[in-house]
Design a protein around this ligand. Structure first.
Ligand code: MLT
Length: 251
């Protein structure tokens, strides 16, 4: 019997774009992989307004419609995970499985919201390069910062080319996102949760706890990686993705 492989939709985080997934797109050649830029990021259109987890989710489902694809495995990193939760709310029938990378289910705290407001002010005053300077030390793990200048340069390039409307729109959308904790025990599809051991934004302990709340979820902690584990340790992440994609039972 011919094997059938599910299509995978990769949803990037902030302040990145589809290029964060290049190591996965190269390695997972057996699968049909789609990795769009979200609105306001890189090649995506950048309207002045209209940014929310809902509009990102609807845009992605629209992209699947345009490609003639019904259901996919959704793989979201950080903000991509927040969007994935919104797809679970709005379009659950389009989901074959979920891969949650370096993300969290809870909404922003009051302190987190104040941090978003400060970044919005910086973005509007000084542009994307200033945001890149602020976020780089947080998004990359200490090991990557010390040993992988190529990855540091790639992430800086992605962050610096963000356009201000997209940047501000994404910060506002993350600030306003709802708590997705109650969704976790309703996820009825195969799930993989993975994150970097050095992730300071979505710490490993929280990722492990999130996996424990999803029925049957597998958890993988990626050593010596920060908040962009798929780019920082692609060999470890690709092996985990392949293992999940080959062995999970997608309906
Ligand atoms: C991301 O990687 O998408 C962001 O770090 C998420 C966030 O700031 O909450």
């Amino acid at each position: 019997m011919a094997e059938t492989y599910p299509a995978i939709l990769f949803v990037h985080g902030f302040p990145f774009d589809h290029e964060q997934w290049l190591p996965q797109l190269a390695a997972l050649s057996r699968w049909r992989c789609i990795a769009p830029d979200l609105r306001g990021f890189h090649s995506g259109r950048a309207p002045a307004a209209g940014y929310s987890m809902g509009s990102y989710a609807d845009d992605l489902v629209g992209a699947l419609d345009d490609a003639g694809i019904d259901r996919v495995v959704w793989c979201g990193l950080s903000m991509g995970g927040y969007i994935l939760f919104e797809v679970l709310r709005r379009h659950p029938g389009r989901i074959l499985g979920v891969i949650l990378c370096d993300t969290k289910a809870e909404a922003d705290s009051a302190e987190g919201k104040a941090g978003r407001d400060e970044l919005i002010r910086v973005a509007q005053r000084d542009g994307a390069a200033a945001i890149a300077d602020r976020l780089l030390p947080k998004v990359l793990g200490v090991t990557t910062r010390g040993r992988r200048p190529d990855v540091v340069a790639t992430v800086r390039a992605m962050a610096s080319r963000l356009r201000v409307p997209g940047l501000v729109g994404a910060l506002r959308a993350m600030r306003e996102r709802p708590d997705s904790g109650p969704l976790l025990d309703q996820i009825g599809v195969p799930a993989l949760v993975l994150g970097g051991s050095e992730d300071e934004i979505s710490p490993a302990a929280g990722m492990r706890a999130m996996a424990q709340r999803i029925d049957g979820a597998k958890y993988v902690e990626v050593p010596e990686a920060g908040h962009v584990a798929p780019l920082e340790r692609p060999e470890v992440v690709n092996e985990a993705l392949e293992d999940f994609l080959l062995h999970a039972s997608f309906g």
